[in-house]
Design a binder for this molecule. Structure first.
Ligand code: DX5
Ligand code: ZN
Length: 231
C-alpha cells in the first residue's frame, strides 16, 4: 500500500536567530518532523545543541521532534532528551557496544517515544540483525555525520534496500527508514525508490530561495519514485 514520504527538515541549516519563524515555515509547508541534530564534539567533531533546546522546541511546534543523537554517551543523556519531549530518538549503533543498543531502545520505549538506530556510511546493515525487530525506524547516514551541506555518498540507496528486506524478514513491516545527508532534488528519487520513508533535508530546504517550495518539490519527487517502485 502506498504511504507518502515524510520530509524531516534539519534545523541545523535553519537560521538559529529566527528558529521559530523557520520552523513555522516548514510546518506550514507540510513537513512530517523537525529533525534535531545533536552533536557533542566527540562522537563527531562538531558541536550543536542539546537538551534545553529540545525542551524549548517542544513549546513552539506541534510537529514531532526527531532527535538525532550524534553523541558518545547516549545512555547517559537519553533520559534527559526523553524528559525534554523528544518524540523519536535516534542513537548511533557505533556509540553502543554489545547489548547497549537494546537497552537504549527499551529506555526510549519505556518513555513512550519511538526508537531509531542510526548507521554511519561504513557501518554494515547486518549489525542491526538482532535489534531490527524492535525498532520504529532505522536511520541510514548518506554522509559522514557531523556537518550539513555535504554531498550524498553514492550507493547509500543500496543499504536502504538491504534494510527494507531485513525488516521484512524480521516481520517488522511497520518500521520506517530515514535517510540523512545530501538529500535534495537530485538524490531523493533514488532513496525513495529503494524504500526510504523519511527524508532529512538540511541545505536542500533551508538554503533554497523558497524553502517551502523546495520542500514540496522534494516531497513530490519522493512520492513519485515510491509510487513507481510499487508498480
Ligand atoms: C549530518 C546531520 C544531517 C545534516 C543534513 O551529520 O545528521 O542531519 O545536517 O544536512 P544536509 O541535508 O544539508 O546534508
Ligand atoms: Zn541528522
Amino acid at each position: 500500500m502506498f504511504q507518502p514520504v515524510k520530509i524531516a527538515p534539519s534545523i541545523l541549516s535553519a537560521d538559529f536567530m529566527n528558529l521559530e519563524r523557520d520552523i513555522a515555515m516548514i510546518e506550514q509547508a507540510g513537513a512530517g518532523y523537525v529533525h534535531v541534530d545533536v552533536m557533542d564534539g566527540h562522537f563527531v567533531p562538531n558541536l550543536t545543541i542539546g537538551v534545553p533546546h529540545v525542551k524549548q522546541l517542544k513549546h513552539i511546534t506541534s510537529l514531532p521532534l526527531d532527535v538525532h543523537l550524534m553523541i558518545s554517551n547516549p545512555l547517559v543523556q537519553l533520559p534527559w532528551f526523553l524528559e525534554a519531549g523528544a518524540d523519536m530518538v535516534t542513537v548511533h549503533i557505533e556509540a553502543l557496544e554489545g547489548q547497549w543498543a537494546d537497552r537504549a531502545v527499551e529506555a526510549i520505549h519505556e518513555a513512550g517515544a519511538q526508537a531509531c538506530v542510526a548507521l554511519k556510511p561504513n557501518t554494515p546493515a547486518d549489525v542491526l540483525s538482532s535489534t531490527i525487530g524492535k525498532l520504529d525506524m532505522v536511520l541510514i547516514m548518506s554522509v559522514e555525520p557531523g556537518f550539513s551541506g555535504q554531498g550524498y555518498i553514492e550507493g547509500s540507496e543500496d543499504k536502504v534496500a538491504q534494510v527494507v528486506s531485513m525488516a521484512r524478514e524480521a516481520g517488522n513491516d511497520g518500521m520506517l527508514i530515514e535517510v540523512d545527508g545530501g538529500i535534495g532534488l537530485k538524490t531523493v528519487e533514488r532513496v525513495c525508490a529503494a524504500g526510504a520513508d523519511v527524508i532529512v533535508c538540511g541545505n536542500a530546504v533551508y538554503a533554497a530561495e523558497d524553502p517551502a517550495a523546495a520542500l514540496a518539490e522534494i516531497e513530490a519527487l519522493g512520492n513519485k519514485a515510491r509510487l513507481a517502485a510499487l508498480a
